[in-house]
Design a protein around this ligand. Sequence first.
Ligand SMILES: Cc1cc2nc3c(=O)[nH]c(=O)nc-3n(C[C@H](O)[C@H](O)[C@H](O)COP(=O)(O)O)c2cc1C
Length: 246
Amino acid sequence: MKELLESIYKRRSVRRYSEEKLSQEEYAKVEEYLHRLKPLIPELHVEFQIVPCSETNCKFNAEYCLLVYSQEGNLWLTNVGYMLEQWDLYLASLGIGVCWYGMGKVEEERQCDLVYAIMLSFGKCDSDTFRKSEADFARKDVSDFWTGISDARLGEISRLAPSAVNSQPWRVEQVDNKFNVYRQKGNVPLLSAQLFKRWNKVDMGIFLCFLDIALECEGYAYSRVLGTESDEGKRVLVATYTLENK
Ligand SMILES: Cc1cc2nc3c(=O)[nH]c(=O)nc-3n(C[C@H](O)[C@H](O)[C@H](O)COP(=O)(O)O)c2cc1C
């Protein structure tokens, strides 16, 4: 996933698209990459469907939407976030705009043993849409979410992860070469609590994707034990990492 590092600095949620259509070659690349995504949980079956954006409830003028369906299971939404963030970053490298669209709804929630997870809009956009510097990011400081950090680079890269309503629900606690990654539940109005519960699980997968890219780029060997997607408590343990070689 190392090759995605550059895109971390340029990607942004694209909500305004150009009239230009994807070329056949671009469409083929976008579709083919879906088969190369690295899962967090290989046992969970995930499928994709590309449909015209105009056939969805997405309110952007994108050419397409990607609908994501997954088998349910522990951390299934986190797995979806982990996989599709790679795709988001890859499309940024091609100059194609993407936006996660949590407000998306589909008529058929279920497809055999798979359940609708989320949609992402995508299409051509002006080349100056993408970020040019780190100053363009509105994110928490590393010290606001990671205690005991041993390598500042890991925090500097992972802090740039996108999240629903920029909520940045991740918290990391490190002691020596081990750190726990938590999902922190916010104080949101009851009405949106259900939505946040779902989106923040996707956000955690996006964060783990950024973290793994950072670890790879910084040359770490590491092991990861996954936690849970449980809804109990204010803070939920999503993963424990052990750094092996530094
Ligand atoms: C799981 C998820 C759901 C999102 N849903 C929406 C959405 O429904 N509508 C929207 O305009 N943006 C949506 N976003 C985009 C976020 O608002 C955006 O990622 C965040 O504000 C950070 O900005 P950036 O992506 O430009 O870096 C979503 C992002 C994520 C990760």
